[in-house]
Design a protein. Structure first.
Length: 281
């Protein structure tokens, strides 16, 4: 978790993500790429590296003004980042492209370890009609994605929740969990399974304990929580446990399948108050 990417649209939530990323990079000795993506009109010949305008002159004038304004805002955020955490290197990157391809290309070309993004809390209705950038990056990014929805000027982790059913695919989250435990050695790791009824507790606890022993996890608690749905049970447990961070596995889906089958991890990431880190299964 040394090479962090923070995509920004200059919203308050994106600022919260930068705050969290600065503190993570400070703990890990890492650095940050601050990315803003400008959606350029097809007729525009403008690139962030400069060059002669081509195509529609009016579009090019607009894009030049927009890029100048974007650079000013990026410099303001960079200056604030240096003031908040002077030991963390931050570089800025402005691209003219579609958002998701630009983020995914940046992850690949810059060997990003973790994407930290602001997230807007959605109601069920807005989430049905609006598939956010954050959700799509959670589905498509090959690296973990941390979503932040609230101010993170004191981002410390005392209670870390890993929500899973602890089947074999849960093993994929272990390297990230151990990295987080190394960054926050004082944290208690809550290994959480949400079940629909009390008669499932015994089997769930057995799976959790077997998982913890197999991976030699330390400073953990085995927790089983009753709830009819994972998407509501996980945030409820996180509140009761005073969790500072929730970690979940996610499964990449196409946009079409996502329309008909909502991902539990994405629902939790957008509705839980706590920051949520999703890791691809």
């Amino acid at each position: 978790m040394k090479n962090l990417l923070v995509p920004t649209d200059f919203s308050p939530e994106a600022h919260y993500a930068l705050e969290a990323a600065l503190q993570l990079a400070h703990r890990s000795g890492g650095h940050i790429t601050l990315l803003h993506v400008v959606d350029a009109p097809p007729a525009s010949g403008i690139a962030t590296s400069g060059g002669m305008p081509s195509g529609d002159g009016l579009n090019n004038v607009y894009m030049l003004k927009l890029l100048q304004a974007t650079k000013r805002r990026m410099h303001e955020w960079m200056a604030e980042a240096r003031q908040l955490m002077p030991d963390v290197p931050v570089r800025d990157l402005v691209l003219t492209a579609e958002f998701e391809p630009a983020v995914l290309k940046t992850i690949q070309e810059h060997h990003i370890d973790l994407v930290v993004m602001g997230a807007h809390e959605h109601t069920s209705w807005t989430r049905f009609f609006l598939d956010s950038h954050t959700e799509r990056i959670m589905r498509l990014a090959p690296c973990p994605v941390l979503t932040v929805k609230h101010p993170a000027n004191d981002f410390t982790v005392q209670h870390l929740v890993f929500a899973s059913d602890f089947t074999a695919e849960a093993d994929r989250a272990v390297p990230g969990l151990k990295q987080l435990q190394a960054l926050f050695p004082e944290a208690t790791l809550h290994l959480l399974d949400v079940v629909p009824s009390a008669d499932r507790h015994g089997a769930a606890l057995h799976s959790i304990e077997h998982f913890a022993r197999r991976h030699q996890l330390m400073h953990y608690e085995a927790d089983v929580f009753d709830a009819p749905r994972l998407s509501t049970g996980i945030p409820r447990f996180a509140e009761q446990a005073h969790a500072d961070l929730v970690v979940m596995l996610t499964h990449g889906r196409s946009a079409l399948s996502h329309l008909f089958q909502s991902s539990t991890s994405e629902a939790v990431a957008l509705h839980a108050r706590q920051p949520v880190m999703t890791v691809h299964a």
